[in-house]
Each structure stands twice: as C-alpha cells, then as structure tokens.
Design a protein around this ligand. Sequence first.
Ligand SMILES: Cc1ncc(C[n+]2csc(CCOP(=O)(O)OP(=O)(O)O)c2C)c(N)n1
Length: 320
Amino acid sequence: MELKKEKLLEMYRKMLLIRNFDHQARIMFTRNMIRGTTHTYLGEEAIAVGTCAALRNGDVITSTHRGHGHCLAKGGDPKRMMAELLGRTTGYCKGKGGSMHIADFNLGILGANGIVGGGIGIATGAAFTLKYLKQDTVAICFFGDGAINQGIFYEVANMAAMWELPVIYICEDNQYAEFSPAERTRVLNDLTLRGIPFGIPSQAVDGNDVLAVYALVREQVQNARKGNGPSLIIAQTYRLEGHHVGDAASYRNKAEVEQQWKKDPIARFKKYLLSKEYVNQEEVEKLEKEAQDEILIAVDFALQSPVPVFEDLLTDVYVE
Ligand SMILES: Cc1ncc(C[n+]2csc(CCOP(=O)(O)OP(=O)(O)O)c2C)c(N)n1
C-alpha cells in the first residue's frame, strides 16, 4: 500500500514525539519532579501511531496506564500532557490525573486508565453508542497482554460480537505484565485464540512495523464502519524498559533486551524512509530536532504552569 510522503512523515514525527516525551518524563522522574510514577511507551510507538493514522475525526480511543503514547498519536497536545504529568492546572485533567488519566473528548480520547483492562468496557460501550446513533465511526481499545486475562474482556467480547459493535480491540503484546513474563501468564502463547470462541476475527501483526499496523487496522476499521462488527488485533512488540520509570527490570537479562533494541520501531521506520528516499539524512535530522524541541517546549510550559490550589481539591473529581 502506497502512502503519501506527508502522511509517512507525520507518522514518523508522532513516533519521535512519543519517544522524546518518554525521555523527558524519565529525566524528570529521576529528579523527583513527578509525583507517583509514569509508565513509558518505549518500543511500542508503532502500535499507537500506526493505529491512529488509520482513524478519522469522530473515531474514539480508550487507553491504558501507558496513556501518553496513545494520546499523542491521536493528536493530543504535548504541552497539556506534560503539564498533566507534572500535576499542573494547565494539564488535560487540571493536574489531578497524571499520565494514567488523560482524556480529551474533543479529540475522541475517552481516557487513559490506571485500572488494567478498564478501557475495554468503556470502548465497547462507546461502540454501542456510535452504532445506536447510526454513526459510521469506530472505537479503538488499546490494552495489554496482561489485560486480556481480565474477565471484562470475556464479558464484553460476546456482546460486541452479538451486536456487531464497531470496536477494534488492540492488544499490545509486549511480553510482560508488570514483572511477569508471558510464559508465566498464559498457557497458549497465541493470543489471537482469545477472540475465536466469540466469532471475532482475530489476527496478529508485527507491532514494531508501523506500516503493517496501519494496514491491518485500516482494514478492520473499514470492516467495522460497514457494520461487520468487532475484531481483535494482537500487536506483537516488546517493552524496552521497566514496567514504570522506577523499575530497573532486573528480572530479565541484558541479552534479551539488547536483542529487542535491534527491532526498535523508530530506527526501523527511519531506515525505511531513508531507503525509499522519502527523506534524506539532513531532513530526517531536522524532523528529529523539531520533535525534540517540541517536547522541550512542553516541559517549559508545564514547569511554568501553576499547581492546583488546596481549595480546588474536590472540584472536578466527582459529579453531584
Ligand atoms: C485491575 C488492576 N490490577 C492490577 C493492577 C496493577 N498493574 C498495573 S499495570 C499491570 C500490568 C499490566 O500488564 P499489561 O496489561 O500487559 O500492560 P503493560 O503494562 O504490559 O503495557 C498491573 C498488574 C492494576 N493497575 N489494575
């Protein structure tokens, strides 16, 4: 499938934004500037970016505790996201959510979620609403390979299939659920089997290949728009860092991680863009510098923004 140069470069730019965002978040965490923690999306950028590139306005997503990756891919503003991470009032949730709770309904970002599997029911409910309102838009549900073991997936999968809801479940199979490797959390390694009992078309894709992700998601989105119901995509990838920024990941060996770095989705896409002459070395470096600068501007914006005042502790956190 041939994509226009502008689209390809926009995809690369988004992947770079996510990588730089993670880099700055890690730095700020080590300087004790982030309360709690944050979970980097390092190595998984191709999934969020490939997926969101196949969407259009009106399509919605639900996300995970690695939410900033999905939100940036969907068009989220790095400034407001960084401000949220640092607990500032200019953040998406006025500084009360952190990276695990970013939402922007205007962009169709229905929320990142600290509850493992929490987005699965929300995306399915959103898909029901879209169908009920006779929209030809879809809901995308990002979740991890740990989350596919949660009961909620099996509760909603049957309903989604039965009612032919326009939802695409995208399982980011990064081989770990917190500190547990895949072989300790599943008997059958092939997660596409999880959709089969519900009659949900299920396919695996190389989650480090942004164009492969784009192609498969696009196909399934088109199916869903036509009313053909849900699908499950298992995007195979690897979490290049610890579970969260404070986790040194000493439970896995160096050789395994080094091997996986060779499949870095960003390096791979860059090589593709250069080899097909969509960009030359100078242009690619310019793009990289621009992404770096955009995130540094976001850091400055966040640091200059105020923290919430005590009097606002209870505003916006519940509905009367
Ligand atoms: C319901 C629930 N159980 C446990 C946790 C603690 N927890 C946070 S992330 C995580 C692992 C999730 O693994 P996975 O779904 O594979 O996502 P990944 O971290 O690999 O992206 C766990 C167990 C939680 N936040 N919510």
